[in-house]
Design a protein around this ligand. Structure first.
Ligand code: PEP
Ligand code: MN
Length: 374
């Protein structure tokens, strides 16, 4: 069971779509008939989009923002399917959504990050999908909890879903970053490594949060051998009622797809270097986070420096330093890191921290002197 070994590959999901790389495009939310039909027509004419997505029920972080158009949107999706000729995809969050969406012959369901964060909702959804042959995509939960993501996938698998995929949409960042959601590429890589035949898609729109990084993130997903992309596109992006900064016009979307570089079919040698590259990507992503965390540590250190200076406390305090060393060495030992390594590392970090604090103190006393002179 835990290898998901009965799963279909993406090219087996729809008999007439032969690609092993699926492109899903469409607005964050269904807003009006004309927005839906115009967006769908433009995406269809690019010839590169396999499924048309639109959120009908929107799980919003805050109440009072646009919460989705509801059932009307399903009628428009049906029109897209019949009049434009694109398959349709919608987010479902409870069994009633599944029932409604099936009435309107939606071709693919996805489960959103907020829903995946709640195993009760996932279980209810999975049960309502028993015996249903529609592909289900499971987005990663909001927090970087791979076990919760796998658990949700297992619930659908246990319900008999064999056209099952995961969607990487990034994780909630606790500190401000340039991206809306921090990718933590090592997590989808880990998922792929553990479950070889589980299709994984990337949603660069929700990782990015703004248009400018979508191209780069899409390319990264391809370089990591992901199985498809879900990208938000709106006929008039600047007028979108939700996720306004991250939606692309169908024209921009098509340009983005043209600029993606797909690797050739892998020979054995290439396969090996692909594995190596995947592992390197994992390390690159982790190093990036280490550096970001170090920068955050240094800014906390600067704040302490200012506080100490104001309250005339010395920079170096032996008791605190001893506690830092012993607690970190202990934590490291539990995780298989040697005492020597942790001590060396901390000493280096500590040296820089002391320097930062000294800089802050000098600056403050310099300013004070300047003031006294005045
Ligand atoms: C969406 O796809 O519009 C959406 C709400 O995404 P997520 O669940 O990833 O936030
Ligand atoms: Mn959205």
């Amino acid at each position: 069971m835990d290898s998901f070994n009965e799963l279909f590959s993406v090219s087996e999901w729809f008999t007439d779509i032969t690609h092993d790389f699926l492109i899903i495009g469409g607005p964050c939310s269904a807003e009006s008939e004309s927005q839906m039909i115009k967006t769908a027509r433009a995406l269809k004419s690019s010839g590169k989009v396999h499924l048309f997505r639109a959120g009908i029920w929107k799980p919003r972080t805050r109440p009072g923002t646009f919460e989705g158009i509801g059932e009307k949107g399903l009628e428009w999706l049906k029109q897209v399917k019949e009049e434009v000729g694109l398959r349709t995809a919608v987010e479902v969050a409870n069994p009633a959504h599944v029932e409604k969406a099936m009435q309107y012959e939606v071709d693919l369901f996805w489960v959103g990050a907020r829903t995946v964060s709640n195993p009760f909702s996932v279980q209810e959804l999975a049960e309502s999908l028993k015996g249903v042959d529609i592909p289900v995509l499971v987005k990663n939960p909001v927090n970087p909890d791979i076990a919760m993501w796998i658990g949700a996938l297992e619930r659908f698998y246990n319900s008999g879903i064999r056209k099952l995929g995961a969607v990487h949409r990034g994780f909630y960042p606790f500190e401000a970053t340039k991206l809306r959601n921090i990718p933590k590429w090592e997590i989808p890589i880990e998922l792929k490594t553990r479950f070889n035949n589980l299709p994984i898609f990337c949603d660069p729109s929700h990782i990015s949060g703004v248009r400018q990084y979508i191209q780069e993130i899409s390319q990264k997903a391809i370089d990591l051998n992901m199985n498809g992309l879900m990208i938000e596109s709106h006929i008039k992006p600047e007028e979108a009622l939700s996720d306004v900064a991250q939606q692309l016009s169908p024209f921009e979307f098509s340009g983005l797809l043209d600029n993606l570089v797909f690797r050739e079919i892998e020979s054995n040698d290439k396969k090996l270097s692909g594995i190596l590259e995947t592992l390197r990507e994992q390390i690159d992503s982790i190093d990036k986070q280490i550096i970001e965390l170090l920068a955050q540590r240094m800014s906390a250190v600067e704040k302490i420096g200012a506080f100490k200076s104001k309250n005339k406390v010395t920079i170096f305090q032996l008791r605190r330093w001893e506690k830092i060393i012993s607690s970190r060495v202990e934590q490291g030992a539990k995780l298989g890191l040697s005492k020597y390594f942790i001590k060396e590392l901390l000493q280096l970090v500590h040296k820089e921290s002391i320097q930062k604090q000294a800089d802050v103190m000098n600056k403050q006393s310099y300013n004070k002197n300047e003031n006294t002179d005045e």
